[in-house]
Design a protein around this ligand. Sequence first.
Ligand SMILES: NC(=O)c1ccc[n+]([C@@H]2O[C@H](COP(=O)([O-])OP(=O)(O)OC[C@H]3O[C@@H](n4cnc5c(N)ncnc54)[C@H](O)[C@@H]3O)[C@@H](O)[C@H]2O)c1
Length: 271
Amino acid sequence: MSYNLLKGKRGIIFGALDENSIAWKTAERVFEEGGSFVLTNAPVAMRMGKINELAEKTNSKVIPADATSTDDLENLIEQSQEILGGKIDFVLHSIGMSVNVRKGRHYTDLNYSFSEKGWDVSALSFHKVMQTLYKKDAMSEWGSIVALTYMAAQRVFPDYNDMADNKAYLESIARSFGYFFGKDKKVRVNTISQSPTPTTAGQGVKGFDGFIAYADKMSPLGNATALDCANYTVTLFSDLTKRVTLQNLYNDGGFSNVGVSQEVMERFVEK
Ligand SMILES: NC(=O)c1ccc[n+]([C@@H]2O[C@H](COP(=O)([O-])OP(=O)(O)OC[C@H]3O[C@@H](n4cnc5c(N)ncnc54)[C@H](O)[C@@H]3O)[C@@H](O)[C@H]2O)c1
Protein backbone atom coordinates (compact mmCIF):
# COMPACT_ATOMS: atom_id res chain seq x y z
CA MET A 1 0.00 0.00 0.00
CA SER A 2 1.34 3.43 -0.88
CA TYR A 3 0.30 6.84 0.45
CA ASN A 4 2.75 8.99 -1.52
CA LEU A 5 4.17 10.15 1.80
CA LEU A 6 7.63 10.86 0.38
CA LYS A 7 6.73 12.31 -3.00
CA GLY A 8 9.49 14.66 -4.16
CA LYS A 9 11.82 13.86 -1.26
CA ARG A 10 15.49 13.00 -1.80
CA GLY A 11 17.66 10.86 0.43
CA ILE A 12 20.62 8.63 1.16
CA ILE A 13 20.19 5.05 2.41
CA PHE A 14 23.17 3.34 4.05
CA GLY A 15 23.43 -0.40 4.71
CA ALA A 16 21.45 -2.47 2.18
CA LEU A 17 23.46 -5.69 1.91
CA ASP A 18 20.85 -8.20 0.75
CA GLU A 19 17.07 -8.57 0.68
CA ASN A 20 16.97 -9.35 4.43
CA SER A 21 18.62 -6.04 5.37
CA ILE A 22 16.43 -3.51 7.12
CA ALA A 23 17.87 -0.87 4.76
CA TRP A 24 16.84 -2.97 1.74
CA LYS A 25 13.21 -3.11 2.89
CA THR A 26 13.33 0.59 3.70
CA ALA A 27 14.60 1.44 0.22
CA GLU A 28 11.75 -0.56 -1.32
CA ARG A 29 9.16 1.19 0.84
CA VAL A 30 10.63 4.66 0.33
CA PHE A 31 10.55 4.06 -3.42
CA GLU A 32 6.90 2.98 -3.23
CA GLU A 33 6.12 6.17 -1.29
CA GLY A 34 7.58 8.32 -4.07
CA GLY A 35 11.01 9.12 -2.60
CA SER A 36 14.22 9.08 -4.64
CA PHE A 37 17.58 8.21 -3.15
CA VAL A 38 21.18 7.14 -3.50
CA LEU A 39 22.14 3.74 -2.08
CA THR A 40 25.47 3.34 -0.36
CA ASN A 41 27.47 0.67 1.39
CA ALA A 42 31.09 -0.13 2.23
CA PRO A 43 33.08 -1.01 -0.92
CA VAL A 44 33.80 -4.50 0.46
CA ALA A 45 30.10 -5.18 1.15
CA MET A 46 29.30 -4.15 -2.39
CA ARG A 47 31.39 -6.95 -3.80
CA MET A 48 29.57 -9.50 -1.65
CA GLY A 49 26.12 -7.97 -1.74
CA LYS A 50 23.39 -7.58 -4.28
CA ILE A 51 22.93 -3.85 -4.07
CA ASN A 52 22.83 -3.35 -7.85
CA GLU A 53 19.69 -5.47 -8.00
CA LEU A 54 18.02 -3.12 -5.52
CA ALA A 55 19.29 -0.06 -7.40
CA GLU A 56 17.69 -1.30 -10.60
CA LYS A 57 14.37 -1.99 -8.87
CA THR A 58 14.28 1.45 -7.28
CA ASN A 59 15.77 3.54 -10.11
CA SER A 60 18.61 4.60 -7.88
CA LYS A 61 22.35 5.08 -8.17
CA VAL A 62 24.91 3.37 -5.95
CA ILE A 63 27.88 5.22 -4.49
CA PRO A 64 30.34 3.16 -2.44
CA ALA A 65 31.42 4.75 0.85
CA ASP A 66 33.07 3.41 3.95
CA ALA A 67 31.06 5.20 6.64
CA THR A 68 34.19 5.55 8.80
CA SER A 69 35.98 7.59 6.10
CA THR A 70 35.17 11.31 6.03
CA ASP A 71 36.66 11.54 2.52
CA ASP A 72 34.23 8.88 1.29
CA LEU A 73 31.35 10.61 3.06
CA GLU A 74 32.19 14.00 1.54
CA ASN A 75 32.26 12.47 -1.90
CA LEU A 76 29.00 10.60 -1.25
CA ILE A 77 27.16 13.69 -0.08
CA GLU A 78 28.43 15.91 -2.90
CA GLN A 79 27.61 13.34 -5.58
CA SER A 80 24.21 12.53 -4.07
CA GLN A 81 23.12 16.16 -4.28
CA GLU A 82 24.21 16.29 -7.90
CA ILE A 83 22.44 13.05 -8.82
CA LEU A 84 19.25 13.86 -6.92
CA GLY A 85 19.17 17.51 -7.95
CA GLY A 86 19.20 19.30 -4.62
CA LYS A 87 19.55 19.09 -0.86
CA ILE A 88 18.86 15.91 1.08
CA ASP A 89 15.53 15.38 2.89
CA PHE A 90 16.18 12.04 4.58
CA VAL A 91 19.08 9.81 5.63
CA LEU A 92 18.99 6.26 6.99
CA HIS A 93 22.05 5.04 8.94
CA SER A 94 21.59 1.25 9.00
CA ILE A 95 25.13 0.16 9.84
CA GLY A 96 26.48 -2.15 12.50
CA MET A 97 29.41 -4.49 12.97
CA SER A 98 31.43 -5.78 15.93
CA VAL A 99 34.77 -7.43 15.25
CA ASN A 100 34.70 -8.96 18.74
CA VAL A 101 31.35 -10.61 17.97
CA ARG A 102 32.65 -11.81 14.61
CA LYS A 103 35.77 -13.31 16.14
CA GLY A 104 33.89 -14.86 19.06
CA ARG A 105 35.59 -12.76 21.76
CA HIS A 106 33.67 -12.73 25.04
CA TYR A 107 32.74 -9.39 26.63
CA THR A 108 35.13 -10.11 29.49
CA ASP A 109 37.96 -10.75 27.03
CA LEU A 110 37.67 -7.97 24.47
CA ASN A 111 40.40 -7.19 22.00
CA TYR A 112 40.45 -3.38 22.20
CA SER A 113 41.60 -2.76 18.68
CA PHE A 114 38.57 -4.82 17.57
CA SER A 115 36.44 -2.72 19.95
CA GLU A 116 37.73 0.52 18.40
CA LYS A 117 36.98 -0.69 14.89
CA GLY A 118 33.46 -1.81 15.85
CA TRP A 119 32.79 1.47 17.66
CA ASP A 120 33.99 3.48 14.67
CA VAL A 121 31.75 1.53 12.25
CA SER A 122 28.69 1.17 14.47
CA ALA A 123 28.61 4.43 16.45
CA LEU A 124 31.11 7.13 15.51
CA SER A 125 30.21 6.75 11.83
CA PHE A 126 26.82 8.27 12.71
CA HIS A 127 28.56 11.40 13.97
CA LYS A 128 30.76 11.44 10.86
CA VAL A 129 27.73 11.20 8.57
CA MET A 130 25.93 14.02 10.38
CA GLN A 131 28.98 16.26 10.71
CA THR A 132 29.66 15.96 6.98
CA LEU A 133 26.02 16.75 6.14
CA TYR A 134 26.04 19.66 8.59
CA LYS A 135 29.27 21.25 7.38
CA LYS A 136 28.19 20.99 3.77
CA ASP A 137 24.77 22.39 4.66
CA ALA A 138 23.43 19.47 2.67
CA MET A 139 20.15 18.85 4.55
CA SER A 140 16.87 20.56 3.63
CA GLU A 141 14.90 22.32 6.35
CA TRP A 142 12.55 19.84 8.06
CA GLY A 143 14.72 16.99 6.86
CA SER A 144 14.93 13.77 8.88
CA ILE A 145 17.83 11.54 9.92
CA VAL A 146 17.26 8.05 11.38
CA ALA A 147 19.71 5.47 12.77
CA LEU A 148 18.89 1.95 13.90
CA THR A 149 19.62 0.67 17.37
CA TYR A 150 18.81 -2.11 19.82
CA MET A 151 17.53 -2.21 23.40
CA ALA A 152 20.81 -3.67 24.69
CA ALA A 153 21.76 0.01 24.99
CA GLN A 154 19.41 0.20 28.02
CA ARG A 155 19.22 -3.37 29.38
CA VAL A 156 21.63 -6.27 29.64
CA PHE A 157 21.68 -8.85 26.84
CA PRO A 158 24.90 -10.73 27.60
CA ASP A 159 25.59 -12.04 24.09
CA TYR A 160 25.14 -8.65 22.44
CA ASN A 161 28.69 -8.04 23.62
CA ASP A 162 30.34 -4.66 22.88
CA MET A 163 27.56 -3.78 20.44
CA ALA A 164 25.53 -2.81 23.53
CA ASP A 165 28.07 -0.08 24.31
CA ASN A 166 28.21 0.99 20.66
CA LYS A 167 24.44 1.36 20.57
CA ALA A 168 24.42 3.42 23.77
CA TYR A 169 27.00 5.72 22.17
CA LEU A 170 25.01 5.88 18.91
CA GLU A 171 21.83 6.88 20.75
CA SER A 172 23.70 9.59 22.62
CA ILE A 173 25.09 10.99 19.35
CA ALA A 174 21.52 11.17 18.01
CA ARG A 175 20.50 13.40 20.92
CA SER A 176 23.65 15.53 21.00
CA PHE A 177 23.90 16.15 17.27
CA GLY A 178 20.12 16.32 16.98
CA TYR A 179 20.14 19.34 19.26
CA PHE A 180 22.42 21.32 16.94
CA PHE A 181 20.80 20.03 13.77
CA GLY A 182 17.39 21.07 15.14
CA LYS A 183 18.46 24.53 16.33
CA ASP A 184 20.59 25.45 13.34
CA LYS A 185 18.95 23.68 10.38
CA LYS A 186 15.48 22.51 11.52
CA VAL A 187 16.49 18.91 10.91
CA ARG A 188 15.28 16.10 13.18
CA VAL A 189 17.37 13.16 14.37
CA ASN A 190 15.99 9.96 15.91
CA THR A 191 16.92 6.36 16.53
CA ILE A 192 14.58 3.40 16.06
CA SER A 193 15.13 0.58 18.53
CA GLN A 194 14.16 -2.49 16.55
CA SER A 195 13.19 -6.05 17.57
CA PRO A 196 15.69 -8.83 16.81
CA THR A 197 15.48 -9.34 13.04
CA PRO A 198 16.94 -12.21 10.97
CA THR A 199 19.53 -10.32 8.90
CA THR A 200 23.25 -10.87 8.35
CA ALA A 201 24.15 -8.54 11.25
CA GLY A 202 21.38 -9.94 13.51
CA GLN A 203 22.29 -13.57 12.96
CA GLY A 204 25.90 -12.82 13.84
CA VAL A 205 24.87 -12.49 17.50
CA LYS A 206 25.51 -15.68 19.49
CA GLY A 207 22.31 -17.57 20.38
CA PHE A 208 20.25 -15.46 17.96
CA ASP A 209 17.55 -18.13 17.47
CA GLY A 210 16.75 -18.29 21.17
CA PHE A 211 16.98 -14.54 21.44
CA ILE A 212 14.48 -13.84 18.66
CA ALA A 213 12.03 -16.54 19.81
CA TYR A 214 12.11 -15.24 23.39
CA ALA A 215 11.48 -11.64 22.27
CA ASP A 216 8.59 -12.81 20.13
CA LYS A 217 6.96 -14.63 23.07
CA MET A 218 7.48 -11.62 25.35
CA SER A 219 6.00 -9.04 22.97
CA PRO A 220 2.20 -8.63 22.99
CA LEU A 221 2.30 -7.82 19.26
CA GLY A 222 5.17 -10.19 18.43
CA ASN A 223 8.52 -9.07 17.00
CA ALA A 224 8.59 -6.19 14.57
CA THR A 225 9.85 -7.35 11.16
CA ALA A 226 12.27 -5.57 8.84
CA LEU A 227 9.24 -4.41 6.84
CA ASP A 228 7.63 -3.00 10.00
CA CYS A 229 10.84 -1.10 10.62
CA ALA A 230 10.85 0.20 7.06
CA ASN A 231 7.28 1.43 7.44
CA TYR A 232 8.07 3.19 10.71
CA THR A 233 11.10 4.82 9.09
CA VAL A 234 8.91 6.07 6.23
CA THR A 235 6.70 7.87 8.76
CA LEU A 236 9.76 9.48 10.33
CA PHE A 237 10.95 10.66 6.91
CA SER A 238 7.50 12.06 6.09
CA ASP A 239 6.12 15.50 6.98
CA LEU A 240 3.73 13.86 9.45
CA THR A 241 6.41 13.68 12.16
CA LYS A 242 7.99 17.14 11.83
CA ARG A 243 8.55 17.81 15.50
CA VAL A 244 9.61 14.36 16.62
CA THR A 245 13.31 14.65 17.39
CA LEU A 246 16.03 13.53 19.85
CA GLN A 247 14.00 10.37 20.51
CA ASN A 248 14.86 6.72 20.82
CA LEU A 249 11.68 5.12 19.45
CA TYR A 250 10.88 1.47 20.15
CA ASN A 251 9.59 -0.60 17.25
CA ASP A 252 9.45 -3.86 19.16
CA GLY A 253 5.87 -5.11 19.51
CA GLY A 254 5.85 -3.81 23.10
CA PHE A 255 8.80 -5.91 24.32
CA SER A 256 10.57 -3.05 26.09
CA ASN A 257 7.71 -2.46 28.54
CA VAL A 258 6.87 -6.06 29.40
CA GLY A 259 8.09 -7.66 32.64
CA VAL A 260 6.95 -11.16 31.80
CA SER A 261 4.37 -12.65 29.44
CA GLN A 262 2.00 -15.52 30.01
CA GLU A 263 3.79 -17.66 27.40
CA VAL A 264 7.18 -17.21 29.02
CA MET A 265 5.81 -17.73 32.54
CA GLU A 266 4.15 -21.00 31.57
CA ARG A 267 7.56 -22.47 30.83
CA PHE A 268 8.55 -22.00 34.47
CA VAL A 269 5.37 -23.14 36.20
CA GLU A 270 5.79 -26.59 37.75
CA LYS A 271 3.13 -28.98 36.57
N1 LIG B 1 19.00 -7.44 12.93
C1 LIG B 1 18.69 -7.13 14.17
O1 LIG B 1 18.34 -7.97 14.99
C2 LIG B 1 18.74 -5.67 14.58
C3 LIG B 1 18.05 -5.25 15.72
C4 LIG B 1 18.14 -3.91 16.12
C5 LIG B 1 18.93 -3.04 15.37
N2 LIG B 1 19.61 -3.48 14.27
C6 LIG B 1 20.45 -2.55 13.53
O2 LIG B 1 19.96 -2.37 12.22
C7 LIG B 1 21.04 -1.90 11.40
C8 LIG B 1 21.05 -2.68 10.09
O3 LIG B 1 21.43 -4.01 10.29
P1 LIG B 1 20.68 -5.24 9.63
O4 LIG B 1 20.13 -6.04 10.75
O5 LIG B 1 19.79 -4.81 8.54
O6 LIG B 1 21.92 -6.11 9.08
P2 LIG B 1 22.76 -6.06 7.70
O7 LIG B 1 23.92 -6.93 7.96
O8 LIG B 1 21.88 -6.36 6.56
O9 LIG B 1 23.22 -4.52 7.61
C9 LIG B 1 24.39 -4.01 8.25
C10 LIG B 1 25.05 -3.14 7.20
O10 LIG B 1 26.18 -2.42 7.73
C11 LIG B 1 27.06 -2.25 6.63
N3 LIG B 1 28.40 -1.82 7.02
C12 LIG B 1 29.30 -2.49 7.81
N4 LIG B 1 30.45 -1.79 7.87
C13 LIG B 1 30.27 -0.65 7.15
C14 LIG B 1 31.09 0.46 6.85
N5 LIG B 1 32.35 0.56 7.32
N6 LIG B 1 30.60 1.46 6.06
C15 LIG B 1 29.34 1.38 5.57
N7 LIG B 1 28.51 0.34 5.83
C16 LIG B 1 28.96 -0.66 6.61
C17 LIG B 1 27.07 -3.67 6.04
O11 LIG B 1 27.69 -3.74 4.78
C18 LIG B 1 25.60 -3.97 6.02
O12 LIG B 1 25.00 -3.54 4.81
C19 LIG B 1 22.31 -2.02 12.24
O13 LIG B 1 22.59 -0.77 12.84
C20 LIG B 1 21.89 -3.01 13.30
O14 LIG B 1 22.67 -2.93 14.47
C21 LIG B 1 19.52 -4.78 13.85
